[in-house]
Design a protein around this ligand. Sequence first.
Ligand code: FAD
Ligand code: FES
Length: 366
Amino acid sequence: MGLEFLLGVGVVTALNTVLALLLVLAERFLADYGPCTLALNGEKKITVAGGRDLLATLKDQGVFIPSACGGRGSCGLCKVTVLNGGAPLATELPWLKPDEIARHIRLACQVRVKHDLSLQLPPQWLEIRQYRTTVSSLRDLTHDIKEVRLRLVDPPEIEFKAGQFIQFEVPPYERSDETVYRAYSIASPPSAKNEIELEIRYVPNGICTTYVHRHLRLGDPVTINGPYGDFTLRPGEREIIAIAGGSGMAPLKSILLDMAEKEIARRIRYFFGARALRDLFLLEEMKTLEQRIPGFEFIPALSKPDPMDAWNGETGLVTDVAARYLPDASEAEAYLCGSSFLIQAAIKMLTSKGMPRERIYFDDFG
Ligand SMILES: Cc1cc2nc3c(=O)[nH]c(=O)nc-3n(C[C@H](O)[C@H](O)[C@H](O)COP(=O)(O)OP(=O)(O)OC[C@H]3O[C@@H](n4cnc5c(N)ncnc54)[C@H](O)[C@@H]3O)c2cc1C
Ligand code: FES
């Protein structure tokens, strides 16, 4: 009896699995949704071929949605309001808060265009453009961080706010048989409109960073789109606490250069975390900025200095070092940039020092 029952369950499960597989294959290879209309903000209407995801479909139409994972459903940045898009998929739920679901927000990379859709996008997204650039300089900042300068070709200038990021297009190459996009913060100031600087840290086996570190050459063409993001300086007089690690330096460098150019004088303490001396970079630039911005102090901290480093600066995790400097952070505001681990640790530390959560701004690089 028990064996028969188990066999029955096994057969039903196997049949269900085969059926689900057939449905997925039919959806992929047979479904033809024909032309669909996308209505943007109740005004602009575009006709597209149905069948692909909304993120890629819009990109082909020159409408760019923020994304850092290139459509893999792992960054949660591509949120759009799809008024008639139905319920979110299981893959979207980790990224959507209950109030966002109630407001019909979906992840554009997870929505398949199968019928006419009515979309609400922030108007500034319609200004986002694609740019053709060429590599004008490549420089090693550390053993695993490269500075990449891109000269704008078409259009020849880009407008952005200090702290924003672009998406870098990686063409198919030996590690990837399709075009992929990754997010990189702009490290140069907005005044430099015809050339932007990126700081890209090598991630072992990473598609984009392997391309940049091992294949990209001077003069190569690179397509980017942007700018994106709201990791920008809020106006006001409050003291600024900045905490970053590794390539998290990039947007803060842009913000600091912009402040220096605009002669914005605010008290800023910038805690920068690195493992050992070989992971520190831009020390001279930071010293120069200390001269240019009254109230700016750069505090590098090494978590595991090498005995050969002869380091006599701060040691320990950068968040622990910052905690030692900050008995009370209730009146300040914070800008954090780097790995998720650093961001979470910094938020915990700053709120424990009295900083309200809504005054903590961050870019989480993952
Ligand atoms: C808003 C934003 C701005 C960013 N700005 C910068 C920047 O200025 N400079 C910069 O270097 N990076 C930045 N990043 C990270 C960047 O977008 C990529 O995620 C990173 O460069 C890895 O891309 P990849 O294609 O090489 O790796 P992938 O092929 O995407 O990943 C390969 C493997 O590495 C893991 N992985 C992915 N990212 C990381 C990471 N950062 N650290 C450790 N493991 C990882 C993945 O889980 C995967 O297993 C930013 C991210 C965001 C969201
Ligand atoms: S593009 Fe990253 S989750 Fe959609």
